[in-house]
Design a protein around this ligand. Structure first.
Ligand SMILES: Nc1ncnc2c1ncn2[C@@H]1O[C@H](COP(=O)(O)OP(=O)(O)OP(=O)(O)O)[C@@H](O)[C@H]1O
Length: 286
């Protein structure tokens, strides 16, 4: 797998991969993101956690420049997401919640399409596509139609699409939603391996607290548009354990419940949007 290139003028050492200050975003009267301050350090796996509707997707869509920055400041490796959109986009790989692979193409064709979109020189394309497919463990099935892939394979294919440009920052929106436990583990193992091999920074949203606990270096707990707590999973659990003075080690979900306090009825369960998303994933498999 290629090392993320710093071809577009490297930022000074110590520049955060992502820096948000006072970020806000509203849909009409709904304040989806309500004054978020956040820094993601280069090279870490950072988890943005929260239940459905917390504002995670909206926040990352602003960071990816897919939504404008109406208030506050967002920087990606020092580039201003409001004024230097193209410079920001060149640094990122983004795997959205929505299906981004074409079932009527093979795995290799899907990744090649992204290689063309990212303007990877023609002479490098075949090798870069093969590397990206190898990194996610799809070499053997690369020439099969994506329609024949399982849900977990489709997710890994989407990962390869995002990796083919060797991004310095990989942003994943609920990468394991709707997958079975084995497929979830496989997706995370690939993310972890690529991160270790390339030093890429990973920003991931999830509402699976157990995955965040296991795979993220630091997490921010988001609820109703605001960051309620931020730190390493160990720090957050230890702090709650001390505050409660109980013998039992709290889980990350306990930490979340403590900070969010209310409105978490759907945590761990499915609401309408979850069901729709899960079914969408299932239909990819079928
Ligand atoms: N296009 C939209 N139009 C109107 N309201 C929206 C839109 N997108 C999101 N919202 C609202 O903004 C709030 C935050 O939604 P967002 O999708 O960012 O949350 P989330 O934490 O990513 O949840 P999920 O995991 O369900 O995607 C919610 O109240 C949601 O209903």
């Amino acid at each position: 797998m290629s090392t993320p290139s710093g071809s577009t003028a490297d930022p000074p050492a110590g520049t955060d991969a992502v820096s948000c200050t006072g970020l806000e975003y509203s849909f009409g009267g709904t304040r989806a993101v309500d004054g978020v301050d956040l820094s993601v350090t280069e090279g870490e796996v950072f988890g943005l956690l929260g239940p459905n509707g917390a504002g995670k997707t909206t926040a990352i869509r602003v960071i990816t420049t897919l939504l404008p920055v109406p208030a506050g400041m967002v920087r990606v490796f020092g580039r201003d997401a409001a004024r230097q959109k193209m410079a920001v986009r060149r640094l990122l790989g983004y795997v959205p919640q929505q299906l981004s692979a074409d079932s009527a193409l093979t795995g290799r064709e899907n990744v090649s399409l992204f290689a063309r979109v990212f303007d990877i020189p023609r002479r490098e394309r075949a090798e870069r596509v093969a590397e990206a497919l190898e990194a996610v463990g799809l070499t053997e099935v690369a020439d099969r139609m994506a329609a024949t892939y399982s849900g977990g394979m489709v997710r890994r294919l989407e990962l390869a699409q995002a990796l083919v440009s060797a991004p310095r920052l990989l942003i994943l929106d609920e990468p394991t939603i709707g997958l079975d436990p084995i497929a979830r583990t496989s997706v995370w193992e690939r993310i972890t391996e690529v991160r270790a091999a390339t030093g890429m920074t990973v920003l991931v949203t999830t509402h699976y607290m157990d995955e965040a606990d296991q795979y993220c270096d630091r997490v921010a707990l988001m609820h109703l548009g605001r960051i309620r707590a931020l730190g390493t999973p160990e720090q957050l659990k230890a702090e709650l354990g001390r505050a409660e003075g109980s013998d039992r080690q709290p889980t990350l979900e306990d930490v979340f419940r403590h900070f969010a306090d209310s409105g978490l009825d759907n945590l761990g369960g499915e609401d309408f949007r979850d069901v729709r998303r899960t079914r969408r994933t299932a239909s990819r498999v079928g």
